[in-house]
Design a protein around this ligand. Sequence first.
Ligand SMILES: NC(=O)c1ccc[n+]([C@@H]2O[C@H](COP(=O)([O-])OP(=O)(O)OC[C@H]3O[C@@H](n4cnc5c(N)ncnc54)[C@H](OP(=O)(O)O)[C@@H]3O)[C@@H](O)[C@H]2O)c1
Length: 273
Amino acid sequence: MSIGKSIAFIGGGNMAEALVKGCLRAGLFEPAQITVADASADRLAYIGTQYGVKTTSDNGEACRSAAILVLSVKPQVMPHVLAEAKGSVGHKPLVVSVAAGVPIATIAAEFGQDARIIRAMPNTPALILEGAAAVAKGGGATAEDLSIAVKIFEAVGIAVVVDEKLMDAVTGLSGSGPAYIFTVIDALADGGVKMGLPRETALKLVAQTTLGAAKLILETGKHPGVLKEGVTSPGGTTIAGLHRLEDGGVRSALMGAVEAATLRSKELGKKEG
Ligand SMILES: NC(=O)c1ccc[n+]([C@@H]2O[C@H](COP(=O)([O-])OP(=O)(O)OC[C@H]3O[C@@H](n4cnc5c(N)ncnc54)[C@H](OP(=O)(O)O)[C@@H]3O)[C@@H](O)[C@H]2O)c1
């Protein structure tokens, strides 16, 4: 299971911590093979103590020693980090970027057109090792590079491979998706409260119902329409509830949310590019 290479994270924030935790748990790397670089000494002290990995405040040092380099800083810090790291990637590490909206071409412009670059779009549930990530391969990356990146993101959830041009759609679906689901859960819990359930009980029931329904789809491989049919008896309660959802245009609203977020992601990408 071990990847057998060294890995460095530039930026030791939430996403880097999730990946370190997941990779260690999956046995992909030994603590001694992991280096985390961050601007904050407090953050480095925490990461070092918590996970037993190497830490440094010198991004260049982390880059030079890594076979795999994960760029996990905020998108707005990326230009600075790329310029700084440029001189330290002569050994052509596999570069994995998780920065939302930063195209592979922007990284290749600094690291070279033949640089081995993978762009990933994880989501927040990665922080509890239940993420959904998409990864896209740059021209210089090999099939083995892609498979390593998939393993890294599978250590914090599931990972799918897409063409880079679909990254805006991924952002609009699974990137922004947790917020849509939080809203749906909150609204359903409100419904429970309206019908007399205590708030805490309603929230607990609906959160577990959401988890259970999602697991049924993933574990049975059945289409959600088929599963829905299975719980909708003629003249019963569920069909009465579903009718109200259709009245409220819930499907159209959710499809529109993904479309709007995808278009917004494209728009932001153009502004930054
Ligand atoms: N969190 C998510 O769920 C999620 C989902 C999808 C994509 N992403 C992407 O993941 C990346 C990281 O997000 P995050 O949530 O982990 O952010 P974060 O918690 O803010 O982590 C970024 C870390 O980088 C440090 N840093 C800032 N400038 C630096 C520099 N020049 N060199 C080294 N380290 C530096 C920051 O330190 P300071 O705090 O001291 O500035 C911070 O500890 C972002 O590009 C984001 O788009 C995150």
